[in-house]
Design a protein around this ligand. Structure first.
Ligand code: 5AD
Ligand code: SF4
Length: 589
C-alpha cells in the first residue's frame, strides 16, 4: 500500500469512527491492520479503559515502520495510482477520482499557450488513469481548450458544440454517457452562461483549474454539471511535466509565466488568464534539460508577456532594483522590483544544450533591456528573431489602446534592436479598426508596416470584448466593412514588404532545422531558418559534414545548410547543401 493511500484510508476511518483527535500514528495502525474493518478501530479511551493500551503501544513498536509502507508502495507501471490523485473532497472516494480507463478526446483552439495548456491538462488526466484517443467516436470525454480573444474564436466553439450535441444525443445506452467539457479562456470569461446556454456541457475549467479536472469529471459522472473558474495568483503548473499532444521530433513549448498585468484597453486576456506570475527558474531549467535529453532541438519559451518574466520565488540580494524598461516605454501598473528576470533565464536556458534552438513568445516591447538584446546577439542558439507587437502605427490610437508607448518610441526600439542584433528577423501583431481609428490613423499603420518591413505578421480586425476598458469607456464605432477593408489593406502592404524582406535571403545560405515532409509535395522537406521562416527544399542526398562526408538524407531534427533560390511573403525555397550542427555553422550570404 502506498503511504498516501494509507493516509487517505485513515481519513475515511476518521470520518466514520470516533477518532477525530487521534494522532496520525494511530491512524496508520488502522491501515497496518487493514484486515480489520476501519469502523472497528477502537477509540483511545476505550483502549485505555480496557487495559489494552500498553499492549497496543508495544504492537505499534513492533509493527510495520514508515519504510515498510514506502517499500510496499510500488505500483505496476501504467496503472492509475491513487498516490497521484489529489485528496478527494468528502463527497467523492479516491476511486471516483480515477479515470477508470475512460477515453479523452482533446481539441485545442487559439494560441500556443493553449497548446501547452492542453499538454498540461492531459498530463494531469493521464496521471488519474484516463486514456487518450484521437478518434472522436471512441471518446467518453470530449474537452475543448478554448480561446476568447476575438468574437470569431468564440463563435467557432459554439458551432463545434452544436455539432457535438448530436454525438451526445445519439450515444448508445450500452456505453458510458459522453461528457463534454469547456476548458480555458471561454470557460473563464462566460462561466455559468455556458452551462445555461448549452445544457450538454458537463464541465467548465478555467486556465488555473486544470488540477481540478479529475474532480470535475468525477462529479460529472453522477450526471451533474461541475465548474471551477477560480483564477489563481500563483498557479504556474511548475511541477506538471506537459505531455506533448502530437509528439514532435524537433520542438516543444515550455511555459515560463502566465497571465498579464498590462491591461491594454482592447484585450480580454487579463480577465481570462488573471494576474502575471512566473514559474521558478529551477523548474523551467529541469524541463528544458529533460527535453534536451529526449533529443529535442528547439524550445519555445511561452508566456502572455514572456519577457516580463520575474521569478520572485527566492529572496535575491538585489530585490530593491527597479525594472529597466525599453526607452520611451511605460506601464499601466506600479513598477515591480527584484526577482530573477528574463535575461537571467534566457542565459541559463541557452547554456543547457548548445544544439538546442531557443525561441520565446509572446513578448511585450516594453521589456527589452540591453542585456536581453546582447544575449540574443551573442548566444548562437538563441534565435535572432523578435516578435514586437505594435498593434497600431498611430500614437493617438496607441494611447487609446493604453500600450504605454508612442509610434516614435516603438520605431526607436526597432532601430536599436536592428543595431544590436544584425540580421534580426522581426514580426508583429496589428489591430485594424480600433475604437475611434481615423483614415489618417490607419495610414500611419500602413506607413509603419512599410517602414519596418516585418518578415512575419499577424493582423486582426478589432473585436470588442466585454469587461475591457475599451468596452466600458470607448465606442466601437468603426463599421465592420471599414474594419475589414482596412485589414485587407494592411495584409496587402504587409505581404508586399515581407516579400521584399524575404527576397534579401535569395543567394544566401540558411541554417535550417528539418521538421519533416513538406505538406505540398512528398518529394520536398520542410524546416525553419533561425528567423522562423518556413524553408522548403528537395529531399536529396547530401554530404554529412558531421561524419566525414558520408552521403545521407535529411531527417527531422537534423540541422542542414540550404542555399536559398526563391522567396515569397511566407516561405523560402532552396536546395540542401549538407548536414551540419548548430555550433559548427552559421548562415551566410
Ligand atoms: N480584437 C482584435 N485583436 C485582438 N488582439 C487582442 N485583443 C484583440 C481584440 N479585442 C490581438 C492583438 C494581440 C493578439 C494576440 O491578438 O494583436 O497581440
Ligand atoms: Fe492582451 Fe496587452 Fe496583455 Fe498582450 S499585453 S495579453 S495584448 S493585455
Amino acid at each position: 500500500m502506498h503511504p498516501f493511500q494509507c493516509v487517505l484510508r485513515a481519513r475515511r476511518c476518521l470520518r466514520r469512527g470516533p477518532l477525530a483527535s487521534v494522532s496520525w500514528l494511530l491512524l496508520r495502525t488502522c491501515r497496518a491492520h487493514s484486515s480489520v474493518p476501519s469502523s472497528a478501530c477502537p477509540s483511545p479511551q476505550r483502549q485505555q479503559e480496557d487495559g489494552v493500551w500498553k499492549d497496543f503501544s508495544s504492537r505499534l513498536a513492533t509493527g510495520p515502520t514508515f519504510q515498510d509502507f514506502l517499500r510496499s508502495a510500488s505500483v505496476p507501471p501504467e496503472q492509475p495510482s491513487s498516490s497521484e490523485v489529489e485528496d478527494p473532497p468528502p463527497y467523492l472516494t479516491v476511486d471516483e477520482l480515477l479515470g477508470r480507463q475512460r477515453r479523452v478526446y482533446l481539441e485545442t483552439y487559439g494560441c500556443q499557450m493553449n497548446v501547452n495548456d492542453t499538454e498540461i491538462a492531459w498530463s494531469i488526466l493521464q496521471k488519474s488513469g484516463y486514456l487518450r484517443t484521437s478518434n472522436l467516436q471512441e471518446a467518453d470525454v470530449i474537452l475543448l481548450v478554448t480561446c476568447s480573444i476575438r468574437e470569431k474564436a468564440e463563435q467557432t466553439i459554439w458551432n463545434r458544440l452544436h455539432q457535438l450535441k448530436s454525438l451526445k444525443s445519439k450515444r448508445l445506452r450500452s456505453r458510458v454517457p459522453l461528457r463534454i467539457g469547456i476548458l480555458g479562456c471561454m470557460a473563464e470569461r462566460l462561466k455559468e452562461e455556458i452551462l445555461n446556454r448549452e445544457k450538454m456541457v458537463d464541465i467548465l475549467a478555467g486556465p488555473d483549474a486544470y488540477r481540478d479536472l479529475p474532480r470535475l469529471l468525477a462529479v460529472a459522472e453522477s450526471g451533474q454539471q461541475a465548474a471551477n473558474v477560480l483564477l489563481s495568483l500563483d498557479e504556474t503548473y511548475a511541477d506538471v511535466m506537459p505531455v506533448q499532444t502530437s509528439p514532435s521530433a524537433t520542438s516543444a513549448f515550455v511555459s515560463i509565466m502566465r497571465g498579464c498585468d498590462n491591461m491594454c484597453s482592447y484585450c480580454i486576456v487579463p480577465f481570462t488568464r488573471g494576474r502575471e506570475r512566473s514559474r521558478p527558474v529551477a523548474s523551467i531549467l529541469e524541463e528544458v534539460r529533460k527535453l534536451s535529453e529526449q533529443g529535442l532541438k528547439e524550445v519555445t519559451l511561452l508566456g502572455q508577456n514572456v519577457n516580463s518574466f520575474r521569478d520572485n520565488s527566492e529572496v535575491q540580494f538585489n530585490n530593491a532594483v527597479s525594472t529597466n524598461l525599453s526607452r520611451g516605454f511605460s506601464t499601466n501598473y506600479k513598477a515591480k522590483q527584484g526577482g530573477l528576470r528574463f535575461a537571467h533565464l534566457l542565459d541559463q536556458v541557452s547554456r543547457i544544450d548548445p544544439e538546442m534552438r531557443i525561441r520565446f513568445t509572446s513578448p511585450h516591447p516594453k521589456d527589452f533591456p540591453d542585456e536581453v538584446l546582447q544575449l540574443i546577439r551573442e548566444r548562437d542558439n538563441i534565435c535572432k528573431q523578435i516578435h514586437l507587437p505594435a498593434q497600431s502605427g498611430s500614437s493617438r490610437v496607441l494611447e487609446a489602446m493604453r500600450r504605454g508607448y508612442s509610434r516614435e518610441a516603438y520605431v526607436e526600439l526597432i532601430h536599436h534592436i536592428r543595431e544590436s542584433i544584425p540580421g534580426v528577423s522581426l514580426s508583429s501583431d496589428f489591430i485594424a479598426g480600433f475604437c475611434g481609428e481615423t483614415e489618417e490613423d490607419h495610414l500611419q499603420t500602413v506607413s509603419l508596416l512599410r517602414e519596418v518591413q516585418y518578415n512575419i505578421g499577424f493582423l486582426f480586425a478589432y473585436s470588442m470584448r466585454q469587461k475591457t476598458r475599451a468596452y466600458h469607456r470607448l465606442k466601437d464605432d468603426i463599421p465592420e466593412e471599414v474594419k475589414l477593408r482596412r485589414l485587407e489593406e494592411l495584409i496587402t502592404v504587409f505581404r508586399e514588404e515581407a516579400t521584399k524582406a524575404n527576397k534579401s535571403f535569395v543567394g544566401c545560405t540558411q541554417l535550417v532545422l528539418v521538421e519533416g515532409p513538406s505538406k505540398r509535395s512528398a518529394a520536398d522537406l520542410c524546416g525553419r531558418n533561425d528567423g522562423n521562416l518556413k524553408v522548403i527544399f528537395a529531399d536529396a542526398e547530401m554530404e554529412d559534414a558531421t561524419d566525414s562526408g558520408l552521403r545521407v538524407r535529411a531527417q527531422p531534427g537534423d540541422y542542414v545548410l540550404v542555399k536559398i533560390t526563391s522567396a515569397s511573403s511566407q516561405t523560402l525555397k532552396g536546395h540542401v547543401l549538407c548536414k551540419t550542427t548548430l555550433k559548427d555553422s552559421t548562415a551566410y550570404c
